[in-house]
Write a protein that binds this ligand. Structure first.
Ligand SMILES: Nc1ncnc2c1ncn2[C@@H]1O[C@H](COP(=O)(O)OP(=O)(O)OP(=O)(O)O)[C@@H](O)[C@H]1O
Ligand SMILES: [Mg+2]
Length: 498
């Protein structure tokens, strides 16, 4: 980032819009840029006026942004000028200010002066869009987060963590700004007299969630919690070490992502969570509904911010659950929301295509008719899997898992009969049936039996019998997506028509 600004200044750019909420770090970066180029650095805000950062002296008591621009015209050549909060003055497209900036930019270009407008949001009137180069300050890297950590340890007079412990703390802090990391470290010192990676990770989860779109999901689920879906599970296991050093040396291509399509309740979300356990990376859920529901104009900025955090935490897994619901409006977007959903979808697609950070995407969806065809194109994903209604073998496994999960021994139940009786039920429905039978038995103060489960099964009408949606989805998936389950072996029994 620093190099990029240095190059822009050298190339004679007169205006830069620097987007970040980390003012101090941005200022430190600009100081380094000024030093590298032997430029002087001035800083302006409406409260302080224009200040020479070398000696802290006020150059002009200009509290009005127009005065500030005027003051820039009197600065010497080879100056960098940091203008704080300028986006707020341009929010309403103030025509006098916009004109003044344009005039000054033209002068700056010939005098080696650069105006850097610093703000936490990208607000540029169209008149200035082509005049300014927009740069998003990347989140701090581990070296910077380490410096903050050392600072906190010095203030708290505790030993600086080293080796693995230090790595774990810095891993936990990636994705936070310097201020957020400093707060996390300090809170940990107060709570447990040392910087504990778990406390830092917990604070990161909270800061990420506060921004509204992302949530770091704590995962307990493993592949053993999934009944069936053997092909999908094998595929994930093959990628177990894909983000490790060994994979890099082997030149294994970084896995991009997987799209899980299928019948509702067949374990797609469950698999996404278990995948985080297999790949041993943090799972970050991106809320597409909230993203699309944000105010027009903010959606794109929000997506950019979310991508920014995810890339800083990389290698990580970004999970987009129920992608179909989030994208439902993107096709007809022009008529309904001025094209916002379509634009956000476009940004998402281009990020998926171009991202270089090790972010593994797992998206789940069931209503494939809502998904734009561009999303299903081969090459977007490493694989598109289809999760169907479970077959006999899978239902057998699901029954055993669900019975064991409620603290009962599956051997006490006729699981084979239950699996046969639950043909065309999903995993979610089997889970519901087990819960229902527990209620029945609990009300009579006894243990649930196979009969209770059979009865609960008979009382539950599976979704696949209620609507032909499942049939439509299945027809669509044939040939388009890879089955998550290997085909059932052909029956070896003689077929007798009685
Ligand atoms: N194959 C399975 N093995 C074990 N549990 C399952 C399986 N399929 C579904 N379940 C259980 O059913 C519930 C719903 O599953 P999940 O949320 O993963 O379904 P989904 O495919 O994401 O459904 P939707 O399309 O409605 O989001 C979960 O509690 C999960 O544990
Ligand atoms: Mg789901």
């Amino acid at each position: 980032m620093r190099d990029r600004i240095v190059n822009l200044v050298r190339a004679g750019y007169a205006g830069i819009s620097l987007i970040t909420c980390e003012e101090q770090r941005a200022e430190a970066e600009l100081k380094a840029v000024a030093e590298a180029l032997d430029y002087r650095l001035f800083a302006w805000s409406t409260t302080t006026g224009l200040i020479d950062t070398a000696d802290g002296q006020i150059v002009r008591q200009a509290n009005d942004p127009l005065d500030a621009i005027d003051a820039v015209s009197e600065l010497p050549e080879n100056s960098l000028v940091l203008l704080r909060d300028f986006h707020m003055f341009m929010d309403d497209g103030n025509p006098v200010l916009v004109r003044a900036i344009k005039d000054e930019l033209a002068r700056c270009r010939t005098q080696g002066k650069v105006m850097v407008m610093l703000g936490c949001r990208q607000v540029l009137p169209p008149e200035l869009e082509r005049e300014l180069c927009v740069i998003h300050l990347t989140l701090p890297d581990k070296t910077q987060l380490g410096q903050v950590l050392d600072g906190i340890c010095e203030s708290a007079k505790i030993d600086k963590p080293e080796g693995d412990e230090r790595d774990r703390i810095l891993d936990a802090a990636t994705g936070m700004t310097c201020t957020e990391a400093e707060n996390g470290y300090a809170l940990s010192v107060i709570e447990c007299k040392r910087v504990d990676p778990a406390v830092v990770a917990r604070e990161k989860a909270l800061t990420v969630k506060k921004k509204g779109l992302l949530e770091i999901v704590e995962v307990k689920e493993t592949l053993d919690d999934i009944g069936g879906l053997d092909c999908l599970k094998n595929w994930l296991v093959q990628r177990r070490e894909a983000f490790g050093e060994r994979a890099r040396q082997y030149r294994l291509p970084s896995p991009k992502g997987v799209l899980l399509l299928g019948v509702p309740g067949t374990g797609k979300s469950l698999t996404a969570k278990a995948a985080a356990n297999v790949l041993q990376r943090p799972l970050i859920r991106l809320d597409m509904g909230a993203l699309m529901g944000s105010l027009v104009g903010e959606s794109e900025a929000n997506l950019r911010a979310a991508i920014h955090v995810a890339e800083a935490i990389a290698p990580c897994i970004v999970w987009i659950d129920e992608l179909d619901k989030g994208l439902a409006g993107s096709k007809s977007s022009g008529g309904t929301d001025g094209g916002t959903s379509a634009r956000v979808f476009g940004s998402l697609i281009s990020w998926m295509q171009e991202r270089t950070a090790q972010v593994f995407l797992i998206a789940t969806a069931n209503d494939v008719t809502q998904l734009p065809p561009e999303l299903l194109r081969k090459g977007r994903w490493d694989e598109i899997f289809w999760t169907d209604l479970p077959n006999q073998v899978e239902r057998d496994a699901i029954w055993k898992i669900k019975v064991a999960q409620c603290g009962r021994d599956p051997k006490q139940y006729d699981v084979t009969a239950l699996a046969s009786a639950s043909d065309s039920y999903t995993g979610a429905e089997i889970e519901g049936v087990v819960a229902d039978s527990l209620y029945r038995a609990f009300a009579e103060d006894r243990e649930p039996t196979t009969d209770d489960m059979q009865q609960a099964l008979r009382d539950t009408v599976p979704l696949s019998k209620l609507s032909d949606q499942v049939d439509t989805l299945r027809k669509w998936a044939k040939g388009r997506a890879r089955p998550a389950t290997s085909p059932e072996p052909e029956s070896k029994h003689r077929r007798i028509v009685a």
